[in-house]
Design a binder for this molecule. Structure first.
Ligand SMILES: Cc1cc2nc3c(=O)[nH]c(=O)nc-3n(C[C@H](O)[C@H](O)[C@H](O)COP(=O)(O)OP(=O)(O)OC[C@H]3O[C@@H](n4cnc5c(N)ncnc54)[C@H](O)[C@@H]3O)c2cc1C
Length: 552
């Protein structure tokens, strides 16, 4: 039960630390002890544990906490881990509340503070609860299963899609006994993988992402044909626009081609976003933003790519790749940027089979004890290196420049310098990759000496620069030479308004050359490539949407 957790939550940091210390002393070799200082951060931790498919054995919550008290936390936690044993920590004066909680949250025990000495007051209680938890017949919770091949780009794509959409699943290799049993039960063969078995027992052979989305409960078709605001792209800018638009009463549709969260969703730890002093993972931030947008009734479509915009006054039509369309009075383009492909012989064929773009966090446990290579010198590469260093024996960062100082934030450089199993290789490029069914060797070139060397590895994670994917916009909105959408005063560069511009005013700050169509976040020319600025521009775009609608 190495993976099972004991979670303790107390708003008083010194109490929280000492409970955790006492727990670790006795149970640290068998359980992971996790501590939180508020009900909401503890719930976030539980959701992450759930997504990783791990278990929680016992929850200990202090009764008196601001915001969410211990009983409210335990009640919410029951939805995530119904089998975890529940303990309330109380002061003598709150004994009545603790007794009431026995009914409300089916409390297993309440512990009076202080619990010293733990040998007498804490451990006997916990020993009994852990014993009872271990003896609970495992309730077979319905779960999505993915059966596939270890080195298959399609199997990777399915797992990556589910993980990025925060759908928990169990990964079973087709060459394992259980994989074979599941395939046989579904009447399928190894040639049909990847096979996804949904929670209601349907087997989907080689599903498209849209099939998959629909079967795991994500919306893929719009409920209406007209919206006040359509947001294209579900990264921080798009989610920001959807939250503000929907919360301010606009009928809001968000359309995402793959997984909400965008680039930020791939980050293992965002440390500089305001309000998260301990950092926040991209998955956690996305989950919160998505729930916030849903709370305000923003409609969200996944696996729908917008391939065209067309003005049909007074609305704009968004065309999808299946030739259907939806209309909106206003549009926010929040399509961000995508990684550039690494152009070296052999790599294209190995994508998804040892060569990955972005952090591909689901592969981290598979890198245990191995040497891995990361290409790129910006913050995203640095975060990836720090994250993978916990799994891999050695992480090599390859950069073209002399050092990281020009491209990476100081806090990340300091972290990397303090991690013994990360090595930075300056002036180094990947010039080739080879392998039979997956990556087995990389060829590296020292840019100063021209010396070429071959290294054995099965793992290459590429984090090189990014570019907007806006070709589908054609001439509908003005873009700069690199494809970024021009907005506001940038459209007046030569002193005149954009060609075909009808309103008797200049374009608003984030407005594109098509009136009522705004751009926010990384896709906008001149934007700052940060989570905070993307969210801020999403919010600002909505205030300009109101101005546009009022002025029509
Ligand atoms: C690994 C990594 C770590 C990072 N760490 C940090 C950090 O610590 N701090 C920080 O401030 N910034 C960080 N960044 C940068 C930050 O994530 C980006 O600046 C931010 O995500 C930009 O948000 P966005 O919404 O503009 O675009 P994106 O996040 O790029 O989202 C755009 C979305 O639009 C979707 N889309 C694109 N085209 C279409 C279409 N035609 N139809 C439908 N949907 C479409 C995409 O699938 C994507 O989900 C990091 C980036 C990466 C990759």
């Amino acid at each position: 039960m190495q993976n099972a957790a004991i979670l303790t939550v107390d708003d008083d940091p010194s109490v929280s630390r000492s409970v955790a210390r006492d727990l670790r002393r006795r149970y640290g070799d068998r359980y992971r002890v996790i501590r939180a200082e508020s009900g909401s951060t503890a719930l976030d931790a539980l959701r992450e544990i759930k997504l990783r498919g791990e278990q929680v054995a016992v929850l200990l919550a202090d009764y008196r906490m601001p915001g969410m008290n211990g009983i409210e936390f335990l009640e919410a936690a029951m939805d995530v881990f119904p089998l975890a044993r529940r303990v309330l920590l109380t002061a003598y004066a709150d004994t009545d509340a603790a007794i009431n909680a026995i009914n409300i949250v089916d409390l297993d025990h309440y512990l009076l503070k202080p619990w010293n000495p733990p040998e007498e007051k804490l451990y006997p209680v916990l020993d009994a609860l852990l014993e009872a938890w271990l003896a609970t017949p495992a309730v077979t919770m319905p779960e999505t299963k993915v059966v596939g091949h270890r080195w298959s780009a399609r199997s990777f794509a399915v797992r990556d899609f589910l993980a990025r959409n925060l759908v928990p699943y169990r990964w079973i290799r087709a060459d394992e006994a259980e994989g074979a049993r599941l395939l046989a039960a579904a009447g399928l063969a190894e040639a049909d993988v990847p096979v996804v078995i949904t929670t209601d027992g349907k087997a989907l052979a080689r599903p498209t992402e849209t099939d998959l989305a629909a079967h795991v409960g994500m919306a893929t078709t719009p409920a209406s044909d007209l919206y006040d605001l359509a947001v294209i792209g579900g990264g921080p800018a798009g989610l920001g626009a959807a939250v503000y638009g929907a919360s301010e009463g606009l009928r809001t549709l968000l359309v995402e081609q793959r997984a909400t969260g965008g680039q930020a969703g791939q980050s293992s730890r965002i440390e500089n976003y305001l309000g998260f002093p301990d950092g926040v993972s991209g998955a956690q931030l996305t989950d919160r933003a998505r729930r916030q947008a849903q709370k305000f009734n923003a409609e969200m479509l996944t696996t729908r790519e917008v391939v065209g915009l067309e003005r049909q006054d007074p609305v704009t039509l968004l065309r999808f790749s299946d030739d259907t369309a939806v209309a909106a009075h206003t549009v926010v383009l929040a399509t961000g940027v995508s990684y550039r492909l690494l152009n070296a012989p052999g790599l294209a064929d190995l994508t998804g089979r040892g060569v990955f773009y972005g952090s591909a966090a689901i592969e981290a446990p598979n890198c245990s004890g191995e040497e891995i290579y990361i290409v790129g010198g910006a913050n995203s590469a640095g975060q990836g290196a720090v994250y993978f260093s916990r799994f891999a024996r050695k992480v090599h960062i390859l950069i073209r420049g002399d050092d990281l100082t020009r491209s990476m934030s100081r806090y990340l450089i300091d972290q990397i310098e303090g991690i013994a199993n990360i090595e930075v290789h300056p002036n180094t490029e990947v010039v080739g990759g080879e392998g039979r069914d997956h990556l087995e060797r990389l060829t590296l070139c020292d840019r100063r000496s021209g010396r070429v060397a071959t290294v054995p590895t099965s793992w290459l994670f590429v984090f090189i620069g990014a570019e907007p994917r806006t070709d589908w916009l054609g001439d509908v909105v003005a873009r700069d030479g690199n494809g970024y959408v021009l907005t506001g005063s940038d459209l007046l560069a030569d002193g005149s308004r954009p060609a075909g511009w009808a309103p008797s005013r200049d374009p608003y700050h984030l407005e594109s050359s098509m009136p009522g169509v705004f751009a926010a976040g990384d896709v906008r020319a001149g934007s700052v490539k940060r989570v905070a600025s993307a969210v801020g521009e999403g919010a600002m775009a909505v205030s300009l949407v109101h101005r546009y609608l009022e002025g029509r």
